[in-house]
Write a protein that binds this ligand. Structure first.
Ligand code: PLP
Length: 376
């Protein structure tokens, strides 16, 4: 599978993507709609291609962050319903109609503004209302009675979904998630009593799905990370994990040069590393400009010729050096694996994140646009 001629590239497995989506569907069952999250270019897996695969697997909803991301999917021919989750700029409202995007609204003022837009076009526009049940970020923070009043008053904007997002889903040692669910239920109950019950209720992203927090599933879930094959570790007394998914993305880079250095040779910027033994060093065509975290300098590993090989010295913008002493067959032009599996050795975004002091989401989203994506 060596992609000769590329410095660094990712391979995205369509079959694993489809399998992860199916695994989520099977876990939540047919009564719960699965809305995969393909924001941020599908966590750098490529939103258009990922959406095509998921749509072909039967996804009827997709979630993005911005209108711009939604428009790109429509222009690529994606037909599924698209929820725009991370806020609208006033100038973007028109595009909702033109591209049939469904907004998550975050305040009662926004409900009124959408209502006016619908009235001006003589149409009813669906929206999902996101309520801030305790995350303390985007979302309406209003009394249930005010929400009921604003939703009921909007004649040309239709409440199709009620949603919220958890702050501490990974922390089973706090009550915050339970409190957020209770706050959500209270508002949902008030809306229902007023005859305004929305068709969809959704709260859960990957972790509450994977750990089976069923009371948060409503009738729709929003998995992102799980779709790409990751479930972050949790803290505290969590039940066993119920979801089995596998990483979809493999990241590779090409060896540019292999050379032998005597013991005591400084390697790279700042001489952060000095060889302790005669060392065969390989220089890779990848650096922090490709998204390899600089914090892996002198700490991370890659898989070269089927064996773990340590990163030597500072990662630079376009180049990274590794110790290939134990990989004597490695040659210029060979691919090495930054994320993925070779001969039973495995490195995933979670491990990189731990070593680099960040989170796996940021490792995936950090893979830069100059790293070509190949779908396999
Ligand atoms: C990103 C996001 C998700 C998906 O989160 P994962 O942890 O990747 O599953 C779900 N809902 C909202 C509101 C999000 O912003």
């Amino acid at each position: 599978m060596a992609e000769r001629g590329l410095r660094s590239w990712v391979e995205v497995s369509r079959s694993r993507l489809a399998a992860n989506f199916r695994a989520v569907r099977e876990l939540v069952g047919p009564a719960v709609e699965v809305m995969p999250v393909v924001k941020a270019d599908a966590y750098r897996h490529g939103a258009v291609e990922v959406s095509r695969v998921l749509e072909a697997e039967g996804a009827r909803w997709l979630a993005v962050s911005s209108v711009e991301e939604g428009v790109a999917l429509r222009q690529a021919g994606i037909q599924a319903r698209i929820l725009v989750m991370a806020g609208l700029l006033p100038s973007e409202r028109e595009a909702l109609l033109e591209f049939a995007l469904t907004p998550a609204l975050h305040s009662l003022d926004e409900v009124a503004a959408l209502d006016r837009l619908g009235a001006s076009r003589n149409t009813r526009l669906p929206y999902h209302l996101k309520i801030d049940t305790g995350l303390g970020r985007l979302g309406a923070r209003a009394l249930a009675s005010h929400i009921v009043e604003a939703v009921g008053a909007a004649r040309n904007a239709e409440l199709e979904g009620l949603m919220t997002h958890f702050a501490s889903a990974a922390f089973y040692d706090t009550e915050q998630t339970a409190e957020q669910i209770a706050n959500f239920e209270k508002i949902h109950h008030s809306l229902s009593r007023a005859g305004l019950a929305p068709h969809y209720r959704h709260l859960a992203a990957t972790i509450p799905i994977a750990y089976g927090r069923r009371e948060s599933w409503g009738n729709m879930v929003r998995p992102g990370h799980a779709i790409y094959g990751y479930v972050s570790p949790v803290r505290g007394p969590a039940p066993p994990r119920q979801l089995n998914v596998k990483p979809v993305l493999t990241w590779k880079a090409t060896v540019l040069e292999v050379k032998d250095l005597p013991a005591g040779t400084p390697v790279g910027y700042g001489a952060m590393f000095r060889t302790r033994r005669p060392t065969r060093m390989a220089v890779l065509a990848v650096g922090y400009a490709d998204g390899l975290p600089h914090r892996l300098s002198n700490r991370g590993h890659v898989i070269a010729a089927g064996r773990k090989a340590p990163i030597l010295g500072a990662i630079s913008m376009d180049l990274t050096s590794i110790d290939a002493t134990d990989c004597p067959e490695l040659r210029p032009g060979d691919p090495v694996t930054l994320i993925g599996e070779e001969c039973g050795e495995k490195i995933d975004a979670q491990q990189i994140a731990r070593t680099a002091g960040t989170i796996s989401y940021a490792v995936l989203c950090g893979i830069s646009v100059r790293v070509r994506r190949i779908y396999v």
